[in-house]
Design a protein around this ligand. Structure first.
Ligand SMILES: Nc1ncnc2c1ncn2[C@@H]1O[C@H](COP(=O)(O)OP(=O)(O)OP(=O)(O)O)[C@@H](O)[C@H]1O
Ligand SMILES: [Mg+2]
Length: 264
């Protein structure tokens, strides 16, 4: 473990049942422990709310603070872009990749199909040239890359497009259950990134939120005439978590949560 302080190592051994996020302020909302190990957690937020930054912090901290290798599944951004953007926030992903502790699974064919999906049958949306992309292929590739680095954490960012290949809602639910079961079998702690539709407290819940063991929401709210970003642990089974929305900022070194500040 490349930990630079005894505190970090102590945190690792004390929290064997948990996967701490290591994000400043975030684990305090989770009984001071983090995400229960092996859970599938949905992280939902609006565009630009910091979902990718949260994800990379979770994975990078997993490696540098808790000795847990991780895989990032990039669904709609190029890995080059991810590496460059995250380097600006101080996350040297290339170094972690070289050390065999971090890997990006680029599901880029989907990216090129985005424009074509409009007005086309969803079932044909993932055809790139002669190459079909199926959830089954995806799961196989994911397992192989996870085994390759003995991954303990995984992020799928975002899940939305992957699920769109199933036109029928019942099929989408089964596909999501399959995926979550596949992730559960690996024993890794996973973050599944999702879009948050509607910013109001009373919003329509998406079915994956019921299936997941945990749900974390990133919202933009108005407080005293100003827009502020808030994060809320909506659900984390078996944990007496903070259920209030708390403010967070995206700083030059990533997300910082302020768990004792009130916004409501
Ligand atoms: N160096 C920085 N300092 C402060 N804020 C930053 C910095 N870099 C990025 N940001 C903020 O982070 C936001 C992007 O974060 P991120 O890519 O994690 O969002 P996202 O929720 O994944 O977005 P999308 O839905 O488009 O995938 C930017 O809109 C900007 O507000
Ligand atoms: Mg993103």
């Amino acid at each position: 473990m490349e930990s630079d302080s005894q505190g970090k190592k102590a945190m690792s051994s004390d929290t064997a049942e948990f996967a701490p996020t290591g994000i400043p302020g975030m684990d305090e909302m989770l009984e001071g422990k983090g995400i229960p190990r092996g859970y599938n957690v949905i992280l939902a937020g609006g565009p630009g709310s910091g979902k990718t930054i949260f994800s990379i912090q979770f994975l990078s901290n997993g490696i540098t603070m808790f000795d847990e290798p991780g895989v990032y599944v990039s669904v709609d951004e190029s890995p080059i872009f991810i590496r460059d953007n995250m380097a600006k926030l101080g996350f040297d992903l290339e170094r972690l990749e070289e050390r065999g502790e971090f890997a990006i699974l680029d599901v880029s064919p989907i990216r090129y199909m985005k424009g074509k999906m409009v007005g086309e049958k969803v079932s044909t949306a993932f055809r790139v040239g002669k190459k079909d992309f199926s959830l089954l292929d995806f799961r196989r590739e994911l397992s192989s890359i996870m085994e390759g680095i003995d991954a303990r954490r995984v992020v799928i960012d975002p899940i939305t497009i992957l699920m769109l290949q199933h036109a029928d809602e019942a099929e989408r639910r089964y596909a999501m259950i399959d995926l979550m079961q596949a992730l559960a079998i690996t024993g890794s702690t996973s973050l599944i990134i999702s879009e948050l539709r509607g910013t109001a407290l009373e919003r329509e819940h998406q079915f994956e939120e019921y299936l997941a063991q945990g749900v974390i929401l990133q919202r933009t709210q108005v407080m005293r005439g100003e827009l502020i970003k808030t994060i809320q642990v909506e659900k984390m089974r078996g944990l007496d978590h903070d259920n209030q929305p708390r403010p967070y900022r995206i700083t030059s070194s990533g997300i910082e949560v302020y768990p004792s500040e009130r916004v409501l």
